[in-house]
Design a protein around this ligand. Structure first.
Ligand code: NAD
Length: 250
């Protein structure tokens, strides 16, 4: 028995990093997955890997900032698997441009990809969840969505807004048995952070901020996402789950 038997999950940003780790774990636990990413070829490779494991996966090219793309993703997911039980809004970009060098355009780009994507994804999928009698949405925020940090203004703003959009959506749609929670990763080794972690001084600094004596892995996040996606958390909605090696324990 898998923890996601008979469930259909849509996961964005699934070409690598945390999205791919979520996809592999979900399939091991019995889910069928719709994997989306801007990187069409890479996300197809992940779907092939899953099919080779005996799982079922549909790979779609998708810009999460586009409402038209979201309508197509929801339609193709329903056409292939008949329903959507789980949505993981994982795709995102980082931004390390100093504040005074940011422009309205660079600020809005981060907002569109990290925040508008969550608004649009929820809007596209919730009607299907209502029809289906319920669902679980997991929005990937960050420790940067819980506290300020230097040099990442738009990123921090977008991830803080994802946290509060999660709570507002949880309240609005609880009556339909739709749960909405956010996950807040700490310092995790993925393609997004690999260049940063190549710098030994940076890695030493990140580790000094984290009580558990290692950086996080995509699989550490996937296990928390699985819990919130599954029926094991059926009375949990509107919460934020830091998966951060103890960063917020201090
Ligand atoms: N790595 C970390 O330390 C860390 C920490 C906290 C939060 N996060 C968040 O976790 C999530 C996953 O990050 P990751 O570290 O796995 O990064 P990643 O760069 O490995 O993966 C992100 C994926 O999103 C895709 N993507 C980017 N823009 C897109 C768009 N417009 N439409 C569709 N797909 C798009 C990328 O192609 C990529 O495959 C992100 O939301 C990120 O902000 C990461």
């Amino acid at each position: 028995m898998g923890r996601l038997d008979n469930k259909v999950a849509v996961i964005t940003g699934a070409a690598g990093g945390m999205g791919k780790a979520d996809a592999l774990l979900f399939v091991q636990e019995g889910a069928k997955v719709v994997l989306t990413d801007l990187q069409a070829e890479k996300v197809k490779e992940v779907a092939k890997e899953i099919e080779a494991m005996g799982g079922e996966a549909l790979a779609l090219k998708h810009n999460v900032a586009s409402e038209e793309d979201w309508a197509r993703v929801a339609e193709e997911a329903i056409a292939r698997f008949g329903k959507i039980d789980i949505l993981v809004n994982n795709a995102g970009i980082s931004s390390a441009t100093p504040y005074m060098e940011q422009t309205v355009e660079s600020f809005e780009r981060v907002m569109k990809i990290n925040l508008n994507s969550v608004f649009l994804g929820q809007k596209a999928v919730i009607p299907h969840m209502i029809e289906n009698g319920g669902g679980s949405i997991v929005n990937i925020s960050s420790i940067a969505g819980l506290t300020g940090g230097s040099g990442a203004g738009p990123y921090t703003a977008s991830k803080g807004a994802v946290r509060m959009l999660t709570k507002a959506t949880a309240v609005d749609f609880a009556k339909y048995h739709i749960r909405v929670n956010s996950v807040h990763p700490g310092f995790i080794e993925t393609p997004m952070t690999k260049d940063m972690f190549k710098d030994e001084r940076m890695t030493t600094w990140f580790q000094s901020m984290t009580p558990l004596p290692r950086l996080g892995k995509a699989e550490d996040i996937a296990r928390g996402v699985l819990f919130l996606a599954s029926d094991e958390s059926s009375y949990i909605t509107g919460v934020e789950l830091p998966i951060d090696g103890g960063y917020f324990a201090k």
